[in-house]
Design a protein around this ligand. Structure first.
Ligand SMILES: CC(=O)SCCNC(=O)CCNC(=O)[C@H](O)C(C)(C)COP(=O)(O)OP(=O)(O)OC[C@H]1O[C@@H](n2cnc3c(N)ncnc32)[C@H](O)[C@@H]1OP(=O)(O)O
Ligand SMILES: N[C@@H](CCO)C(=O)O
Length: 332
């Protein structure tokens, strides 16, 4: 079921802080005020706050960006190679929307506010749909990477009437035992050491899956200080960095939602729109072969592989020709 919110509680009037490059500052709207959102778990949720960014002039067709697990709606902060004039996300030509996910910790109704209510990736898509309705968007091109790629599959299944094509980068259609296992270990760490230490360990586990043997051999060989391997201090630092900007409840809620998303082959075969699936040659979290094989179930999918030693995070740190490939697919 898709519940559409009427009326939203925020205004679409031009904002005094709109920036010259087409970027708007983060905005918030409260949706599902009159009609609550029916969650997959069977509970209903009213007054869902959604924090989002837009780039470019508002119009009825848009490109929707779906962020990764610890990403945010501030695309300009983490994907500058993809955003800008002449790039795949071009605010001079296109209306670009990115919302912080339900259950996140960047402004949208958070995991802490949800309490023990479990949420699903389709629930997140329904919230996103309500935001698009609020913004007056009727058709979208969807682009998602990592968790955002899994969420793109949820959009394709949940909102086939809205999505005209999709780009899915570094993501399978469903979590493997390996991916669920990594998340299980991360959640176990959080449960064993609540209050911050567990989240740091969770990030360390995740950072090992986001890069590769070769990547760390190149970037973290040797010692940081006498007796301290570089990789040890790197992982400790990454744990501290995540603790400073993220929330353990969100980590648990979002990883559970990712693990629970298990569309069947039949559902994947029902997806009718063109999809570009991008695998990353050295990705140990979501191996390229898995990305390719699952995307091949879609009747109109194209596969492209990013050849990088840097593993899963290559979409953020070693994109090479990927922006051109994505631009050609989205707008070609
Ligand atoms: C699609 C999405 O939504 S993704 C969302 C985007 N995600 C984010 O912005 C947050 C997540 N960030 C990341 O995943 C990473 O920062 C990336 C992939 C964006 C960039 O990776 P990298 O360029 O390798 O930088 P990374 O953050 O891994 O490491 C560099 C940092 O580690 C430090 N560092 C490097 N080696 C060591 C070491 N051996 N010991 C201690 N610190 C170290 C550097 O000084 C640097 O510190 P700084 O962040 O304070 O400047
Ligand atoms: N490194 C990114 C991708 C993880 O899938 C993040 O932290 O969100």
């Amino acid at each position: 079921m898709t519940a559409l919110p009427h009326p939203p509680t925020a205004s679409l009037l031009p904002h005094p802080d709109d920036m010259a490059d087409g970027r708007c500052p983060q905005r918030e709207v409260t949706l599902f005020h009159d009609r609550p959102l029916l969650l997959d778990c069977g509970q209903v949720l009213s007054d869902v706050r959604v924090a989002y960014h837009t780039y470019g002039d508002a119009r009825e067709d848009a490109t929707l960006v779906l962020h990764a697990l610890t990403g945010t709606s501030a695309v300009h902060e983490w994907w500058s190679e993809f955003l800008g004039a002449g790039r795949p996300l071009d605010p001079t030509q296109d209306y670009i929307v990115c919302a912080n996910v339900l259950g996140g910790c960047a402004g949208t109704t958070s995991a802490s506010e949800l309490g023990d209510t479990p949420i699903s990736l389709p629930d997140m898509a329904r919230v996103g749909r309500a935001l698009l309705d609020h913004l007056g968007v009727r058709r979208v091109r969807v682009i998602g990477s990592s968790m955002g790629g899994l969420l793109a599959y949820a959009w394709l299944l949940e909102c086939p009437d809205l999505v005209e094509r999709a780009v899915i980068i570094g993501a399978p259609a469903r979590h493997s035992p390996w991916a669920i296992g990594l998340n299980t270990a991360a959640r176990s760490a959080i449960r064993a050491a609540p209050g911050g230490e567990g989240l740091k360990v969770a990030r360390q586990i995740a950072m090992l899956s986001y890069r590769s043997h070769q990547s760390y051999a190149q970037t973290q060989a040797g010692q940081r200080a006498p007796g301290i391997p570089a990789i040890t201090s790197y992982l400790e630092y990454q744990g501290e960095k995540l603790l400073a900007r993220f929330c353990e409840k969100t980590y648990v809620t979002l990883t559970r939602a990712m693990d629970a998303f298990q569309p069947t082959d039949a559902e994947l075969r029902s997806i009718r729109v063109p999809v570009l699936a991008v695998g990353i040659s050295s990705d140990v979290l979501y191996p390229a072969a898995e990305v390719r094989e699952q995307a091949a179930l879609l009747p109109r999918s194209t596969y492209w592989e990013l050849d990088s030693i840097h593993g899963h995070d290559a979409f953020l740190m070693d994109a090479q020709a990927l922006p051109d490939v994505v631009r050609d697919f989205l707008h070609g």
